[in-house]
Design a binder for this molecule. Structure first.
Ligand SMILES: NC(=O)c1ccc[n+]([C@@H]2O[C@H](COP(=O)([O-])OP(=O)(O)OC[C@H]3O[C@@H](n4cnc5c(N)ncnc54)[C@H](OP(=O)(O)O)[C@@H]3O)[C@@H](O)[C@H]2O)c1
Length: 258
């Protein structure tokens, strides 16, 4: 996949993996558009990279996606790549009865519905481009659940499955479907898990995104950096063993913290 001179829309481009994509894709000579909910973070990203274009847009809100599509495709008709990166991850006790029915599925609205709706909305436009791609950011936890983030892991397994179907359905089009499954990566997303998940295992964000871009350049459709590849193999060889091991490790760490 040629990235030179491409026009890339990154959801959640104001922090962590999305912001690092901005930096490294500029080095690939790409034009960048980013989204996020927080205007202050969008302004900060624009100050850091004045050549990018920013749009305030919430992927969990279908109306925002429709508006984003109108604005982006009219201002940037050369748009040829979208990176569905926006995501949230929470530490959640499923026996906590104080969580409302609305709140308990928030990760689904952003990580899974957001990804599916963005692809659905931008598909007709991308089909008109000669060299197009959809990059869905899942996770190593798409392959094995981490029990303290049950809904998050369900969304990432969903993004993995959806990406496989999308790739098959778009086989005879100009759109390539990539899935990037990052392992634990040093970003603000992991702050909630300090002391529970071993941060020494996390990959540096610049290294992770550099592997992702190399994968995209080489048309590697499922990119599984570092431990994500190990998790995929373990999910085939010993799925219950690895899920139990992750569960016990986080339970022990939680007890130590309390
Ligand atoms: N870090 C890891 O260890 C890791 C591992 C595997 C997969 N991932 C995945 O990688 C992706 C990026 O995560 P990250 O680690 O870079 O997290 P991050 O640093 O917390 O960044 C998340 C980005 O998404 C945006 N965002 C969140 N909800 C949004 C919404 N509803 N609409 C639009 N933008 C939204 C945030 O901006 P606003 O808050 O301003 O909206 C921010 O720009 C996520 O899909 C995550 O699940 C991360």
């Amino acid at each position: 996949m040629n990235l030179n001179n491409s026009t890339v829309l990154i959801t959640g481009g104001t922090s962590g993996i999305g912001l690092e994509f901005v930096k490294q894709l500029i080095q690939q000579n790409a034009n960048i558009i980013i989204t996020g909910r927080d205007l202050t973070k969008l302004d900060q990203a624009k100050r850091q990279f004045p050549q990018i274009h920013t749009f305030q847009s919430d992927v969990s809100n279908p109306k925002d996606i429709e508006k984003l599509y109108q604005n982006v495709t009219s201002q940037f008709p050369q748009l040829n790549i979208i990176i569905n990166n926006a995501g949230i991850m929470r530490n959640m006790d499923l026996q906590d009865t104080s969580m409302s029915l609305e709140d308990i599925t928030r990760e689904i609205d952003t990580n899974l519905s957001g990804t599916i709706r963005m692809a659905h909305q931008f598909l007709p436009h991308l089909k008109t481009m000669k060299n197009a791609a959809i990059v869905n950011v899942s996770s190593g936890l798409a392959f094995v659940p981490l029990s303290i983030s049950p809904v998050y892991c369900a969304t990432k397994a969903g993004v993995h499955s959806y990406s496989q179907s999308l790739r098959l359905q778009l086989k005879n089009t100009s759109i390539k479907v990539f899935e990037l499954a990052p392992p634990g990566t040093e970003t603000p997303l992991m702050d909630e898990f300090t002391g529970i998940v071993d941060s020494n295992q996390n990959m540096k964000v610049d290294k992770m995104v550099s592997i992702a871009i190399k994968g995209i350049l080489k048309d590697k459709l499922e990119i599984r950096p570092g431990l994500s590849n190990v998790l995929k193999i373990m999910s085939r060889v010993a799925p219950n063993f690895i899920a139990n091991m992750l569960h016990q490790t986080t339970e022990k760490a939680k007890k130590k913290l309390n």
